[in-house]
Write a protein that binds this ligand. Structure first.
Ligand SMILES: Cc1cc2nc3c(=O)[nH]c(=O)nc-3n(C[C@H](O)[C@H](O)[C@H](O)COP(=O)(O)O)c2cc1C
Length: 368
């Protein structure tokens, strides 16, 4: 146990989860804006080794571990996150219009399960404001931009297919030259349009067709729901077949609550939202393995997230087929040194298994 788990986490876990998240972003933004503080973070938390470097879709990453979207939704703390040893940061989800998200409370911890229950519903400052903010930054690590449909709240009138698709197109136009890659979130478990809209695969086709007009030059990933088994993965692969600029896939947390939770059901049922962290790890790993088995590996790459807390967890996702790995919940539970610990551990695992570098390990395993 480190100082974070022994002293800081017990204190933080007494406080409201969203308040802690909000304050952490504020502190992160401040720390990232002061060069000497960034340097201190770097000396404490960075770890580099050429064997961890990897090139994915033409982008060079100093290590495979990134911060998944949802933590730095508005791109405020990227500088400090890069000093904390992450090899990339994906900001967002960002939507066309600013959104307040879902009603509070909307973030809960399940310490027994090493999990969170998330019901944020995509609050963010909107693509205009965030694009302006990101354009001013000079970053030392690759930046991913996660785009989703604006959440206008449950009381908003239903929108037509064209309106939903225009929402994505607007954000993609504003953000396409701001980051190193784009991830289209087609699967937010906590909003009406996020959850079900793209279950109709023709709508994925319509969205990609509309986006084709934008001539997006950076790699584009699709964040999809880990549901529907092999048939759904085949459907997704068919939907992207003729679209040369789609570069790969990420699996979101599944909607609802898994059956395996240790936290008593009566507590969990009172929390709206989807579970992230350890309880969804194996389920998402199954989808990563299925996708890797079915996709054209010369064409697509997988970014694996879901329950990554340790180097072994990250390595498992790499061996199942992920070229990059991301986390959010692991950082909430393990603290700011998580990237360093995972990267150090990954190196030992590569050495143990006789791989000269990270890419050699991708897709070499089947243990879930
Ligand atoms: C607090 C929180 C907010 C999230 N918000 C988003 C989001 O806005 N967009 C998105 O694509 N994923 C979002 N996610 C999902 C994460 O990016 C990730 O896919 C998921 O949490 C699984 O990884 P983890 O177990 O390491 O947290 C969020 C997750 C958490 C914990």
């Amino acid at each position: 146990m480190n100082t974070y788990s022994k002293l800081i986490r017990p204190l933080l876990f007494q406080l409201d989860a969203e308040q802690v998240h909000h304050r952490a972003i504020q502190l992160g933004q401040l720390a990232g804006s002061i060069k000497p503080i960034r340097a201190i973070f770097s000396s404490l938390y960075s770890f580099s080794d050429p064997r961890l470097q990897t090139e994915v879709c033409g982008i060079r990453f100093s290590n495979p571990l990134g911060l998944a979207p949802g933590w730095d939704k508005n791109g405020r703390a990227i500088n400090v996150l890069s000093a904390m040893g992450f090899g990339h940061v994906e900001v967002g989800s960002i939507s066309r219009g600013p959104s307040l998200g879902n009603p509070k409370p909307r973030l809960f911890r399940l310490p027994l399960d090493q999990a969170l229950v998330v019901y944020y519903g995509l609050p963010n400052d909107g693509s205009d404001a965030i694009a302006a903010r990101l354009k001013r930054l000079q970053l030392s690590i690759p930046l991913g931009i996660n785009i989703a449909k604006t959440n206008r709240g449950v009381a908003a009138p239903p929108e037509s297919d064209d309106e939903v698709i225009d929402d994505y197109v607007y954000s993609a136009r504003r953000l396409k030259d701001v980051g190193d890659y784009i991830c289209l979130n087609l699967s937010c478990p906590n909003t009406r349009n996020g959850r079900e809209f793209f279950e109709d695969r023709q709508r994925i086709g319509h969205l990609l067709q509309a986006l084709s007009e934008l001539n997006i030059r950076c790699p584009v990933f699709l964040k999809i729901s880990p549901r529907g088994g092999i048939r759904r993965i085949e459907e997704i692969l068919q939907a992207v077949e003729g679209v040369s600029w789609v570069s790969g896939f990420v699996f979101n947390a599944p909607p609802g609550k898994p059956n395996c939770l240790l936290t008593p059901r009566r507590f969990v049922e009172a929390m709206p939202g989807a579970v992230t962290g350890k309880p969804v790890e194996r389920h998402i790993n199954e989808y990563i393995y299925m996708m890797y088995g079915l996709m054209d590996r010369n064409r697509y790459r997988i970014i694996g997230s879901g329950g990554v807390f340790t180097a072994e967890d990250a390595y498992r996702k790499i061996c199942l087929g992920s070229s990059l790995v991301q986390l959010v919940t692991g950082m909430v539970f393990e603290g700011p040194s998580i990237a360093k610990k995972i990267n150090q551990g990954l190196l030992s695992l590569l050495e143990r298994d006789g791989f000269a570098n990270l890419s050699e390990a991708v897709g070499t395993g089947s243990d879930l």
